[in-house]
Design a protein around this ligand. Structure first.
Ligand code: EPU
Length: 350
């Protein structure tokens, strides 16, 4: 059995991309399946509640973390299989997501380029089914391995078993909170994730920001590497770099409404940005709604609304989780009062 080192009173400011000051009462770094199983088998720590921490890019810490923090540091990237139809690649949950995307492209396995530069780790990517510029993780997902934190058993889940939705999966739901299927939040730790990158590769274009790049560069059939570069440029231009300004990307999900609700809103605000979905419902741009309420650039204490993208809340220096949540609630209230729409936060509030 591997030795287990429990660190006490560990500062988490550098472990969350909001850079909120908070501490973990107890923290264990896990670099392998065996490390996790050692924790589960421990008479002292096995039965206690646990919090799985990846890159901390989708959490708001509102105080010190009392459950045992399992900091996932499982590494490794490899090609598992190449078939006529796809490259299957795998990464350890503790790998940095963007580094992994970059590696796949360098190796000649295209398919993840639209998801470049998303902060966080590989293991956190399925938890909220990350997505950007027309591609969601679930479109490239093959399977993942996880460990049951109560029994130490290793199991594998396919896409259907992960229950992917828009910025959602089985890993975001507490065991009792989900009606259909099993919630796995706090119950499972993802150790490895596999992706199936289809052959022949096909570019996913069509997003306004990308179309603009194509028109500017006058390249009709861009390569995967070219798209990767454009995505990095687009994101750097409108999203704050969490290493410089603390943030968790989009703070709210884009809400979905019925065509009737949309008609009602358009009657009041003809300029509202919206997209039609295949099932007949309509997605509204939450950033536009927040912007329309005049929030861009505003602050509550040290928490603020990013100047270039109203959907992104930022830490202007020394913000507490409480300030972030007060700002978030004020935004929710004004969007509800003006448009009758309830915005749902994207990150997990801890
Ligand atoms: N808009 C405004 N004002 C703003 C912000 C946006 O008018 O302050 C308008 C834009 O002009 C645009 C529309 O709203 O017409 C949508 O904005 P944008 O293209 O920036 O995308 P988004 O809907 O705000 C979503 C994802 C992002 C993802 C981008 C690109 C969600 C919650 N967010 O943002 O994901 O990168 O599309 O695909 O779905 C994340 O989840 O953390 C994230 C960054």
């Amino acid at each position: 059995m591997t030795a287990m080192l429990v660190e006490k009173n560990v500062p988490l400011q550098s472990c969350n991309t909001f850079h909120i000051v908070a501490r973990a009462h107890s923290l264990v770094r896990v670099a392998s399946e065996a490390d996790v199983q050692t924790v589960v088998a421990s008479s002292e720590w096995g039965p206690s509640p646990k919090f799985v921490l990846g890159g901390g890019s989708n959490i708001v810490l509102t105080g010190d973390v009392k459950p045992l923090v399992l900091k996932v540091e499982i590494k490794g990237k490899r090609l598992v299989q190449e078939t006529a139809k796809a490259f299957v690649v795998e990464a350890g949950a503790g790998e940095d997501w963007h580094d992994f995307v970059t590696w796949t492209l360098q190796q000649g396995y295209p398919g993840l380029e639209n998801l470049a530069l998303i902060p966080g780790t590989v293991g956190a990517a399925p938890v909220q089914n990350i997505g950007a510029y027309g591609v969601e993780l679930q479109d490239r997902f093959e399977s993942l391995d996880a460990i049951d934190l109560q029994t130490g058993r290793i199991f594998t889940l396919n896409a259907a078993q992960c229950g992917f939705g828009y910025r959602d999966s089985v890993f975001k739901h507490a065991p009792q909170a989900q009606t259909a299927g099993l919630g796995l939040a706090g119950r499972a730790l993802i150790t490895h994730v596999r992706f199936s990158l289809p052959k022949p590769w096909k570019a996913v274009l069509g997003y306004a920001d990308l179309e603009k790049k194509i028109a500017e560069a006058n390249i009709a059939q861009p390569s995967a590497l070219q798209i990767y570069q454009w995505i990095c440029d687009i994101r750097r231009a409108k999203l704050p770099d969490p290493d410089v300004i603390g943030n968790v990307g989009s703070f709210f999900k884009n809400p979905t409404v019925t065509p009737e609700q949309r008609d009602d809103i358009i009657a009041r605000d003809p300029k509202i940005v919206h997209y039609h979905l295949a099932d007949g419902s309509v997605k509204l741009a939450a950033g536009w709604l927040i912007d329309a309420c005049g929030w861009k650039g505003k602050s509550v204490g040290n928490a603020g609304v990013y100047e270039k993208q109203a959907l992104v809340l930022v830490n202007r220096g020394g913000a507490t989780g409480g300030e972030v949540m007060t700002l978030a609630r004020a935004i929710q209230t004004s969007v509800y009062e003006r448009f009758g729409i309830r915005l749902e936060p994207e990150p997990t509030v801890v």
